[in-house]
Design a protein around this ligand. Structure first.
Ligand code: ADP
Ligand code: MG
Length: 330
């Protein structure tokens, strides 16, 4: 156990960011910008999502106008896309583990605040679609309620003030770099949950970087621990996917001794964005061979540096030959 950890103050309240942290906003943002930029003959590159993450709407619009050399000012561009965004707010899904976290903290009476760079009105509309959220927060602060948005610490200091908790006793949970900078500048404990893949190495100023909200270990912050882990595994609702086994990279078996029967991600992009990368386990059925136990990696394989998320089940069975037919797993 490190000195830093033992010297940490008791955490008495949790301050949460909204977009990218509690809500999976990135999917909607990507979809809208993709369609919108086509009008100007430009192609949205999802790899630029980090340019807008955590920014105020106007700053994000300015970054897009600059990156894609759009023939207009940021405020004109913002006004143009705002109606499309408002229509989509009802479709933004909660991030994996968001409801679990909110219910757990509320159940234990831990004070919570929501601090977003979005204007308060937008924040309230977005959380309206998520049952039990609004009532769970003792304070909700929009970016328009402080002079400077994140990365300035203003919004988090205001949240601490409204919770009546010393900043050093607050835990901030954030997905974006501006948010992490703001939390540290406010003198708070900060856990980063990067919403953009493969950017974790940029989050060095956070006290901890985790893969998804499901991986939060609240006891590290002297908060009540989650009780739903079973021997190092977190039970989740089962999900079912299937499809033909596709050619993978031909390297798992050769380099690692673990062949994986890759499944096409086509048709599963939404499902993949709703599930954190990680190792899952369950069952795999092959029509002619039967049902087998399997473990499955979902994600950007850190070892092989994949460009896209892959679905790679490894069946716990010795097969004499490869199989590439239909396949279903749950
Ligand atoms: P790799 O996974 O080695 O990177 P591929 O995905 O192209 O390469 O091919 C691996 C193939 O190995 C799978 O498509 C499947 O047909 C075969 N295979 C053999 N045994 C297993 C097993 N136990 N689990 C998963 N796939 C297996
Ligand atoms: Mg494979």
């Amino acid at each position: 156990m490190s000195m830093a950890r033992t010297l940490r103050k008791l955490v008495l309240g949790v301050i949460l960011d909204l977009d990218g942290t509690l809500l999976n906003t990135d999917g909607i943002v990507n979809d809208i910008l993709k369609v919108h930029l086509v009008k100007y003959g430009k192609q949205w590159d999802a790899r630029n999502a980090h340019r807008i993450a955590g920014k105020t709407p106007l700053e994000a619009a300015a970054a897009v106008v600059e990156d894609y050399e759009l023939p207009m000012s940021p405020d004109v561009f913002l006004a143009e896309i705002t109606p499309t965004f408002s229509e989509q707010w009802c479709n933004i899904k909660a991030q994996p583990g968001a409801n679990r976290l909110i219910n757990h903290l509320r159940g234990h009476g831990v004070p919570m605040a929501l601090a977003s760079n979005s204007p308060l009105e937008n924040v309230e509309t977005k959380i309206f679609y998520h049952q039990g959220w609004k009532e769970s927060f003792s304070a909700i602060i929009g970016g328009d309620e402080v002079t400077n948005g994140k990365p300035s610490p203003d919004i988090f200091l205001e949240a601490a003030r409204r919770l009546n908790i010393d900043p050093s006793s607050c835990l901030v949970i954030e997905d974006s770099l501006p948010g992490i900078t703001a939390g540290k500048a406010a003198g708070m404990n900060v856990v980063a949950v990067p919403s953009i893949p493969k950017h974790s190495h940029l989050y060095t100023s956070a006290d901890e970087v985790i893969n998804s909200l499901l991986d939060l270990q609240l006891e590290k912050w002297s908060l009540p621990a989650f009780q739903d882990w079973v021997e190092g595994t977190l039970p989740i609702n089962p999900w079912h996917i299937g499809g033909p086994v596709i050619k993978g990279f031909g390297r798992g078996s050769k380099v690692l001794g673990i062949p994986t029967a890759n499944i096409s991600t086509e048709g599963y992009l939404d499902l993949l964005s709703e599930h954190p990368s990680g190792v899952y386990h369950g069952w795999a059925g092959l029509p002619t061979r039967g049902v087998f136990k399997m473990v499955m990696s979902i994600g950007w394989n850190p070892y092989f540096n994949n460009a896209e998320k892959t679905i790679e089940p490894w069946l716990l069975h010795d097969f004499t030959e490869d199989f590439y037919g239909q396949f279903s797993i749950s």
